[in-house]
Every structure is written in C-alpha cells, then in structure tokens.
Write a protein that binds this ligand. Structure first.
Ligand code: SF4
Length: 420
C-alpha cells in the first residue's frame, strides 16, 4: 500500500520527534488535580506505561504550577522520561512568570489563543508566553477550539462576510475563523521570536465532518505539524466511533502528526483507555505497531458457550499486560498476530494466517482445539485447561522468535512512510 504523509516541519519535544515521516505520536491528558503531585505523577506514569508518548497536564492555578517541577522529578525518579505538556488557559503568562521551575519542567506549552485575553492586554499575555517558550527552547501547540474561539476575530469575520457581495454560511465563516486564528497566532509567535520548528497547530471541533473539513483546509495552508483530536468526543462506543471515523479519514490522507482521543471515561474505567484507542486506530490502519493483535471471530450460533469469548478476552488482556516487559525484552513482538476462532468454519483458515492461532470447537464439534504455529498445525488442546496451555504456547513462541537470535526479532510490519 502506498501511503504518504503530509510534509511538515519537524518539531522536537525532548526525545520525541513530531511531523513529516516521524511516526504519528500518541498523546493523552491526565484528569487528576495537578496540585496533587503524587496522584498526577502516578497517572502520567500509567498513561506512559500504556504507551502515551506525550502527556498533557492542566496548569490552571498557582497551586498546580507550583507542583509541576515536583511531578517531573517524581517521574524521573520512576524512570519515566515522557515529556509533559502544560495546558494553559486565562492565566498562563502569570503562572509562567511566577513559577519559573514550572516553565522549565514542561517540555511543551499548549496555548489556546481564544483563552488568552482580549485586545492589547491579550496580545501582551500571548507575547509573554511565547517569549518564555522561546527563552527555554520549548515547543508550543497553538490549540484553537470551536468552543473557545477568539470572539473578536469571529465577529470581525462575520461582519466582513455579511458586508460581502456573496456571503458564505455562518458555519463556513466560523470554520474559516478557526483556521485563521491558528495561522495568525502562529505567525505572531514567529514574529515574537519562536522558531517555526517549535510550533504545532490544532483546530479541534466536536463534529466529525467539520473536523475533517477544517483539518484538510488547515493542512493545505501551512507546513506546521498538526495535532488531531475530536474534542468532546463523548463516552463509550460513541466517543470511540466518532474519534475513529474522523481521525482515520485524515490519517489516511497523511494528515495528522500527533493524536489524542478525548474520551469521557466511564465511571471507574481507567484513564488509559484513551491511549489504547489511539494505538488501536494507528495499528489497525497499519501505520504503527504497539501491541500484539488478536484476530477473533464474532461468534455465532455455532458457539453456544462463552469459552471462546473468554479466551479471546483473556489473551488480549494478557498480551497487553505483558507488553510492559516484552517491549524492551522482545523487540518486534508488537507485530505478533494471534487468532482466536470459534469453530471449524473459518477457524483453521484464520489460524494458519496468524503467527499463532487456535480454533476452538463449535457446538456439536469434537471438543478439541487445534493450535497452528506459523501456518502449521502443531498441537491439539483438549480439556479444561486450554486457555492456560495456549498462553504458555504464546509465551514460548515469543521467547523463541523475538528473544536474542530469534528470527522475528526487531522485525516490524509498520508500513514504510514517505513524506509527500
Ligand atoms: S468462525 Fe465459526 S463460530 Fe466464528 S463466526 Fe465463523 S462460523 Fe461462527
């Protein structure tokens, strides 16, 4: 498959490179109170362990800003070097001025031009934040949001539109205002001394078609890397589906250099879910590999017990949990493909295509489960201990193939990416 990324400048955020042919970066955001340094550092570590390559934290008050350096140092002590992005609204210039440790400890600042302030005062505050970033060599994301668009700019553009000979729809003007706000703010930042290779842009909206339209347009009008995300995506399957629909279309067109899935977590569910979804979008599209994938059939009337569903779930969970260790021990294991199939109809065929596959017995079939390794039938499992025995086969396969001297070690199935 030929896949071309949009050519952009590259932005370095500590050890993470963003833009052009660098891999699309997975980002996430904490929901702890930043003033609680221990809880925030813990959650950043969890997000990072799940695979988040940049983590944003809100810096909304003096209490929060005062703890940013401590959060950084706690993370360093835990062996976590994931760059921290500070999310500033309304009072960013004051917090950066009063807490220079915070300004230094962050790796990137996120500035929303709609929430900096109005008129000359707003310009001054924006300039202070940009100069601070430039002085400390930090990257900046200029992040415009539909819900907090610079109202004076929007009004000016609406008035000009009404006075024009062929007025556009108010929605079209608002989308244009989002893009103009991002581009004008980026130009102001450059004029203030921030190098162009320190700037990333985003223009987030909450409707799928609007997001696609805005990003296509924005991408064609600048060469800054773009951060993608459907803002306020929502909860559960709706949030996942809406984000996937929007981001997949853009990523397929080579647009998007970092992504975040803005899921509202279900009560009690882990914050790391947004990282898993972001990784799964990139991996199922064949753009990056993070965790071994499980191919499982949906089940049907031929599978009347839950054995097969439980096995598919347990294996997916096992593989994801193992990655914290496997990632360093077995390079390339993220490309492993495991099939868990419910019956003899498609089971052997899919199992043979995977690195390791198991075809469970459907209703009325002999209660045995053939296991295929690299396309060959290796063993047939039976009895109540099939799940544990299959996991042992997976572990052995990983050690033999991705350990020292293994024939699949460090091989990657990531599609070679070319910048357009
Ligand atoms: S593989 Fe068998 S159990 Fe699974 S969906 Fe197909 S027919 Fe049904």
């Amino acid at each position: 498959m030929q896949y071309s990324r949009r050519r952009t400048r590259q932005v370095q955020i500590d050890h993470i490179t963003v833009g052009s042919d660098a891999p699309v970066v997975v980002q996430s955001m904490t929901n702890t109170d930043t003033a609680d340094a221990a809880a925030t550092a813990r959650q950043v570590k969890e997000l990072s362990d799940a695979g988040s390559e940049l983590v944003r934290i809100t810096v909304n008050s003096p209490e929060a800003a005062a703890k940013v350096a401590e959060i950084r140092s706690r993370l360093n002590d835990m062996g976590c070097n994931t760059p921290l992005v500070g999310d500033f609204h309304f009072n960013g210039e004051r917090l950066l001025a009063e807490f220079p440790d915070c300004a230094r400890a962050l790796s990137k600042y996120r500035i929303n031009p709609g929430n900096v302030g109005k008129g000359a005062k707003g310009d001054e505050k924006f300039a202070y934040m940009i100069r601070t970033a430039a002085e400390h060599g930090k990257a900046v994301r200029i992040g415009v949001n539909w819900g907090s668009l610079d109202q004076s700019l929007a009004k000016k553009m609406m008035d000009a539109n009404l006075a024009s000979a062929a007025p556009k729809s108010p929605e079209a003007v608002m989308k244009e205002a989002l893009i103009v706000s991002a581009l004008q703010s980026a130009q102001k930042a450059v004029d203030l001394g921030l190098p162009e290779n320190k700037i990333i842009l985003s223009c987030k909206v909450s409707a799928v078609q609007d997001l696609i339209e805005v990003y296509r347009d924005l991408g064609s009008r600048c060469d800054y890397p773009l951060h993608l995300g459907l803002t306020e995506a929502g909860m559960g399957s709706k949030g996942i589906v809406a984000s996937t629909a929007a981001l997949s279309v853009l990523l397929q067109q080579g647009i998007g250099d970092t992504i975040r899935i803005s899921l509202t977590p279900e009560p009690g569910s882990p914050r790391t879910q947004e990282v898993v979804v972001a990784q799964e979008i990139l991996q199922t599209m064949g753009l990056r590999s993070f965790t071994p994938m499980v191919t499982a059939c949906p089940g049907c009337g031929r599978t009347t017990s839950t054995v097969f569903q439980e096995l598919a779930r347990d294996i997916q969970q096992y593989l994801r949990e193992q990655m914290a260790v496997w990632r360093n021990q077995y390079p390339g294991v993220e490309s492993l493909n495991v099939a868990v199939m419910g019956c003899v109809v498609n089971g052997p065929g899919e199992s043979k295509l995977a690195d390791i596959g198991i075809s469970l017995p459907g209703t009325g079939e002999t209660p045995v489960a053939p296991v295929y390794v690299d396309g060959e039938r290796k063993v047939t499992l039976k009895g109540n201990n099939m799940a544990a025995e299959f996991l042992a086969i997976v572990q052995q396969y990983v050690e033999e193939n991705y350990g020292e001297g293994g024939k699949k070690r460090a091989k990657s199935r990531v599609i070679p990416i070319q910048a357009a």
